[in-house]
Design a binder for this molecule. Structure first.
Ligand code: MSP
Length: 510
């Protein structure tokens, strides 16, 4: 089984904010889990670089659009680097291989009679790059609250409407295709209205920054048509030399997106694929939004945009990654505040995980000169802890396969709670005085839990978990199958104590 996960490609004009970081970190965490399971994995992210907004912004800066995007893309690339994002490819829609794949797709649809030209009158929203009709508007604005302008021009259309019933049938026949369930129902609700054909061109007179239509050079293609193709072009679509890559990964594609772009994915993209006679991706998963204080949207005009890199400076990369993957049930909206981030990290990392690590490494250092005290499970609670640890591995895998990282992490937190309680109950610091063997047993159980926990959390916190593994004497790479075996730490392994790995963060530092 292969695993292919994508994020939306972000508008290159934007400054990366916590919303972009959220999708990207969650996709990264899922990709790293599948690598941990030793599955063939491909993780794609990138930037959406054509369109009117980019053209306008470049003009304002007195730059050519290409210069402009070349400069701006660096903000996303450096942001993702500093958040330890492990993408296999960062695609930019201005890359020649992508442009060619888009043009070849357009030509194919044109040759098949799937594209036609017609006079068109509509209401265009520049900031969303989407056409609306009067009935879609709420108080003269788009459902997302943006302005529209009336546009009348000759344009090319893709025969999207003819696929409406086929799409409805497909969604019914593949119940997990659009997730979560309530989003699927939203799409089916949307499909109750007759679907219109999709305008896929923009006259160059109005917009020149785009991919030229191969059959009419007075036009460029609509930015969404261009952008959606990235998911296929990145893994070799329309590139004969990469046919194997496409064959291997395309059938397992999962598009992780925000709920704001569900229609473009679930309706435009799917019908485009039907027109191109490519199988549909395995899943489109729409997650919720982070909302700011008072449940407000994050927006530049409200001045409440959170820069993930600022937050990283307070809580560390792994702390931020942990929060983003842990705090929200993938699919729902959630409230965002710095206090929530800090409280979560203090409770689960500093107190729970950190506490187990410092107690056990300090005691092994003190009573066993750092040498791992291997042991059987004889004391009350030992067997239960061992079994819970082994079951946790399976539970994590099941939840990750269900695209539920927050509950997967929750199982690990439960195990940490149980291990801390076990350590309290067996009190090796007291027992060491009369039975080193008993003290050794409880410490060995704590260390084994730490080994399994750090392996299971390594996709979420790669650096911290690899530090924990080193501290408990585990010098091999983290792999999932080692979480299904108890007792892998041996007498020859050496524990080192050190500074707290997850220092408590003082809320006053904000
Ligand atoms: N360029 C298009 C996507 C094309 S994909 C073929 C686009 N770009 S965007 O820069 O606006 O990014 C939108 C995505 O950013 C959302 O779908 C979501 O993944 C993420 N988020 C933006 N704001 C967000 C929140 N407040 N909360 C969570 N995620 C949000 O749309």
């Amino acid at each position: 089984m292969s695993f292919y996960i994508t994020t939306p490609i972000y508008y290159v004009n934007d400054i990366p904010h916590i919303g972009h970081a959220y999708t990207t970190v969650v996709a990264d965490v899922l990709a790293r889990y599948h690598r941990l399971f030793e599955e063939k994995t491909y993780f794609l992210t990138g930037t959406d670089e054509h369109g009117q907004k980019v053209q306008q912004a470049a003009q304002k800066r007195d730059k050519s659009p290409q210069q402009h995007v070349d400069e701006l893309v660096v903000r996303f690339q450096t942001a993702w680097k500093s958040l330890d994002i492990s993408e296999d490819q960062f695609i930019r829609t201005t890359m020649p291989f992508h442009k060619k794949a888009v043009q070849d797709s357009l030509q194919e649809l044109f040759d098949k009679g799937e594209i036609y030209i017609q006079e068109y009158e509509g209401l265009y929203c520049v900031s969303e790059e989407v056409f609306y009709t009067e009935k879609d508007l709420i108080n003269g604005k788009t459902p997302l609250g943006n302005d529209v302008q009336a546009v009348k021009e000759k344009n090319y259309f893709f025969k999207m409407s003819k696929y409406q019933q086929r799409l409805i049938d497909y969604i019914h026949a593949h119940p997990n295709f659009i997730a979560p369930e309530f989003r699927k129902n939203e799409v089916l609700g949307f499909l109750k209205q007759p679907l219109e054909d999709l305008c896929i061109s923009r006259p160059k007179a109005r917009l020149s920054w785009g991919i030229e239509l191969p059959f009419d050079n007075d036009y460029v293609t609509y930015v969404w048509f261009d952008a959606l193709i990235n998911y296929a072009s990145a893994v070799g679509y329309k590139q004969p030399d990469k046919a194997n890559l496409f064959k291997e990964f395309w059938p397992s594609a999962i598009h992780l997106i925000g709920k704001d772009i569900l229609t473009t994915h679930a309706v435009y993209w799917t019908t485009m694929l039907m027109g191109l006679e490519i199988s549909l991706p395995k899943q489109i998963f729409a997650h919720g939004w982070w909302l700011m204080e008072g449940s407000q949207k994050m927006s530049k005009s409200l001045g409440n945009v959170v820069n993930p890199l600022d937050l990283k400076d307070v809580v560390g990369v792994d702390g931020l990654r942990y929060f983003l993957a842990r705090d929200i049930y993938l699919g729902n909206d959630a409230q965002f505040s710095q206090e929530l981030v800090i409280n979560r990290i203090n409770a689960e990392l500093a107190n729970n995980f950190g506490n187990l690590l410092s107690r056990s490494t300090n005691l092994v250092d003190k009573y066993f000169a750092g040498k791992v005290p291997t042991s059987e499970s004889r004391l009350p609670g030992s067997k239960e802890l061992k079994n819970a640890a082994l079951q946790t591995a399976e539970k994590v895998k099941t939840d990750i396969e269900k695209m539920s990282p927050n509950t997967a992490i929750g199982h690990v937190v439960d195990l940490l709670n149980q291990a801390n309680k076990y350590l309290e109950d067996t009190a090796p610091w007291k027992r060491a005085k009369d039975s080193l063997e008993d003290a050794g047993e409880s410490l060995y159980h704590a260390l084994e839990v730490l080994r399994i926990v750090s392996t299971l959390l390594s996709p979420v916190m790669p650096t911290k978990c690899s530090d924990v593994l080193k501290r408990i004497g585990w010098n091999k790479p983290a792999v999932f199958k080692d979480c299904k075996t108890w007792g892998l730490l041996s007498n020859s392994d050496h524990v080192t104590k050190g500074d707290p790995l997850f220092p408590r963060i003082d809320i006053k530092t904000l």
